[in-house]
Design a protein around this ligand. Structure first.
Ligand code: UTP
Length: 303
């Protein structure tokens, strides 16, 4: 195996999901369904389609549903078999055979950097990917595969980025780029959630990374930063001082499904694309009846 083969991916899923409360009070954000699949399944499928074999999910309290989802469900399978629902049965079996799954528990939500550090023993001394499951990327070439391609060629950490509106930079990690090819930049600096006036660009890190194992020794020394959390961005900045780091503009449509509005937009777009629901859903949207409350308002205005 080449030293630059990327076989393992970490999916941090131990966050508190405060932007989606109250839905996430007792249920994991990662299990919110986008049409008929939980968000985290999209992340796993992207990883697998990018050549990843081992998936390490960082979980926390109240996240057991994630483990159950990627495990076999013998009772359900028996039931589907008995009732002749072969297609659904195959779909259910397929989920548990997508990859080799490992789970590490982050006992306290101490930040994304800390969550990644929890995977150190399972990653060992090889490069690995990180996928944030609430960022959904819909692309003909999977987002992570685009990064892995650059990693193999350039042999330095690669961050997935996309341009965001200037007034939104304070929601992201923003890179200071030196462009070296179309859509590819050397990372000269990195700043977490800058005020628009301080942002070095509008290229935002969007939840896809390919990292060398050297990041772990840096993370171990990283002090809590913004919000008292151990920030992956701070460790990346250190890594960029020691070795080349690249930012690749991912080609594809991105949805921030960890945010209520982003989730609604993703739901509408994925529903419209769904072969069995799309045509009817599109008809519904085009001919949407006026909701009851609005009808009443219109009548009372006329009166
Ligand atoms: P986010 O900040 O987007 O997720 O972290 P969050 O903390 O769950 O949600 P909000 O912001 O409070 O609404 C990015 C990713 O890192 C994981 C989260 O689960 C999410 O997938 N994370 C974050 C951890 O695994 N552990 C942490 O301590 C923090």
């Amino acid at each position: 195996m080449s030293r630059f083969e990327v076989r393992k991916a970490v999916i941090p899923a131990a966050g508190l999901g405060t932007r989606f409360l109250p839905a996430t009070k007792a249920s994991p954000k990662e299990m919110l369904p986008l049409v008929d699949k939980p968000l985290i399944q999209y992340a796993v499928e992207e990883a697998v389609a990018s050549g990843i074999e081992d998936i390490i999910i960082i979980t926390g309290r109240g996240k057991r549903a994630i483990e159950d989802h990627f495990d076999r469900s013998v009772e359900l399978e028996e039931n589907l078999k008995g009732s002749g629902k072969a297609q659904l049965l195959n779909q259910m079996r397929h989920i548990s055979s997508l990859a080799n799954f490992c789970y590490v528990r982050q006992s306290e939500a101490l930040g994304l950097g800390h969550a990644v550090l929890c995977a150190q023993r399972l990653i060992g001394d090889e490069p690995f990917a990180v996928i944030l499951g609430d960022e959904i990327i819909d692309a003909p070439v999977p987002g992570l595969a685009q990064l892995i391609h650059v990693y193999k060629k350039r042999q330095g950490a690669v961050l997935g980025v996309q341009e965001v509106p200037h007034h939104d930079v304070n929601r992201y990690g923003i890179v200071a780029p030196r462009t070296i090819a179309t859509g590819l930049h050397r990372v000269e600096g990195l700043i977490e959630k800058p005020a628009p006036a301080e942002a070095p660009s509008n290229l935002a890190v969007i939840g896809r990374y390919v990292l060398p194992p050297e990041i772990f020794s840096i993370l171990r020394k990283t002090k809590p930063g913004k919000n008292g959390e151990i920030q992956l961005t701070d460790a990346l900045l250190e890594l960029a001082k020691k070795s080349p780091m690249f930012a690749l503009e991912i080609q594809g449509q991105r949805y921030d499904a960890g945010d209520k509005l982003g989730f609604l937009i993703a739901t509408v777009e994925f529903a419209l694309k769904n072969p069995s629901l799309g045509p009817e859903f599109s008809d519904y949207l085009k001919n949407r009846p006026q909701p009851f409350g609005e009808r009443r308002t219109t009548r009372s205005r006329k009166a």
